[in-house]
Design a protein around this ligand. Sequence first.
Ligand SMILES: Cc1cc2nc3c(=O)[nH]c(=O)nc-3n(C[C@H](O)[C@H](O)[C@H](O)COP(=O)(O)OP(=O)(O)OC[C@H]3O[C@@H](n4cnc5c(N)ncnc54)[C@H](O)[C@@H]3O)c2cc1C
Length: 465
Amino acid sequence: MIDDLRIHAGREGGPLPTGDFVLYWMQGVAMRSRANFALNFAIEQANRLRLPVLVYQGLRHDYPWASDRFHTFILESAVDLYHGFAERGIRYAFYLETAAEQTQRGTGDSPLVALGRRAALVVTDYFPTFIQPRQLKRLREKLEAPVVAVDSATVVPIRFHTREYPAARSIRPVLMEALPHHLFPVPDPDPEIRRPIELPFDELVGAGTDATRISELVGACDIDHTVGPSPTLRGGERAARRRLAWFLQHGLPRYADDRGDPNVDATSRLSSYLHFGNIAIQDVLLAARAAGPAAQYDKFLDEALVWRELAHNLTYLNPRHRSLDAVPPWARKELDDHSADPRPALYDDDTLERGRTADPLWNACQHSLVRDGEIHNYVRMLWGKSVLLWTEDAARALRVLEHLNHKYALDGRDPNSYGGILWCFGRFDRPFYRRPIFGTVRYMSLGAAAGKFDVKAYVARHRAD
Ligand SMILES: Cc1cc2nc3c(=O)[nH]c(=O)nc-3n(C[C@H](O)[C@H](O)[C@H](O)COP(=O)(O)OP(=O)(O)OC[C@H]3O[C@@H](n4cnc5c(N)ncnc54)[C@H](O)[C@@H]3O)c2cc1C
C-alpha cells in the first residue's frame, strides 16, 4: 500500500468502468523500473480492477531547453527501461517525437491523450516544479479518466510538510524524526493481468537501441543541437547503479573530509540520476547506510535528505520559487539597498554563457557546466554567487543563473536548482558581515578559493576546448 501522503489526486471521480488498462504516464523524473511508488500505485490499481498496466513515456521536442544533451540522457534511460520492464513482464512504450512525427501528427491528439482516452485510470509522477505541474493540469482538463499523480522523489513525502521551512536547521529535526517511518526498501509488486495493448504510434526505441542509433534519433528531433551529450555522464538505471557502487567504495569513506575539493572525486555525482529518477533516493541512502562509516553516512544524509528535501519543500509550498520573492525579506532588502553599488565589471549574457569573463576560475566552472553538464558543488556555489558581481541587479543575476543551470546541467530544472540558486541570494541562510553589492548576504570570493583547493589544477582541467 502506498502512503496516502504520496498521492496527489485531482477532483475527478473513480476509474472509468470502460477502460482497457491502467496507464502509468512516466515522466522524465522517475525513469526507473523498480522502487517506484507511482508504478506501484498503477500496478495496485490495475490488479484491483483486473486490468493490465501500460507504462508510457513520450519525449517531445518543445520542452524548455530541449537539447541533444537531455534527449540523449533520456533515450539512454529508455533503453534500460525496456530491459528492466521486460524482466518484470511489464509493457513499456516510448514515443519519440521526431521532426517527421511532429509534421505527420499536426494538431491531432498526442499519443498520451489517445492512450489516456482508452485508460480506466491514469497514474503519473508528481513533481513540484518545471513543466510537470502545468502538464498535469492540462492532461486532467483533456481526459475523462482520473489522473492521479504520485510522489516518488523524496524519502519523506512532500505532502508530509504543511509549512515552508526557512532553513536546514528547522526542517532537519522534522525529517530525522520522520525518517525511520519512511526509509525502507520500496517493494516491487507484480502485475496480475497481462495482455497485449495496441499502440497508436511506432516505437523507434527498444532494448537493442545502441549509441549510434540514439545519436541518429536525437539528430532527427527539432531541438537545440548545440548542447551536446555529456562526455562524463550516461543516462539510465545501469549507469546510476554503477556510479552508486563506485561512490560507496571510493567516495563515501572520504566524503566528509574531501567533498569540498572539486579536484577530488569524493561526492556521489548522483544528482543527475536522482533528477531523472534513474535511481530511488531510498536505494541510495540504504546502500550508503550499510556501507558506512557512520560519520561519513551522517554527512551524506545531511545533503541527500536534509538539503534535498528542503529544496523540494520550497518548490512545493512556494509558488514564487522562480523569483526573488522566495528570498527572505532581510536578504531582499540588503540586495536592494546595495543595488547601486559599483560592480567590478558588467557582462552581457553571451560573455557569461561562453565563459569569457576576466576570472579564469569562473570561466572554468562555466566550461565544466557547458562541456560536461555537471559542476562540483563547491565551485557551483562560487559560480552562482559571482554572477551578482557582474550583473546590474539580483533579478537579472537570478535569470542568468536559471538559464545557464537549466540549459547545461543534467541535474537542472529540479527543486534543488531553485534551492541552490536562491541560496546564492540569501535563502536558507543568515546575515553575515556587510560587503559591497551583497550587503549582509553571504559572499564567497573567487580570489580566496586558492586557499581552499588547487585552483590552477581545476582551471587546467576545465579550460575551454
Ligand atoms: C547555484 C547552485 C545551483 C544548483 N543547482 C542544482 C541543480 O540544478 N540540481 C541539483 O541536484 N543540485 C543543484 N545544486 C546543489 C548541489 O550543487 C548539487 O546537488 C550537488 O553538487 C550534486 O553533486 P553530487 O551528486 O555529487 O552531491 P553529493 O554531495 O554526493 O550529495 C548527494 C545528493 O544530495 C543532494 N544535494 C547535495 N548538495 C545539495 C544541496 N546543496 N542542495 C540540495 N541538494 C543537495 C543532491 O541530490 C546530491 O546528488 C545547486 C547548488 C548551487 C549553489
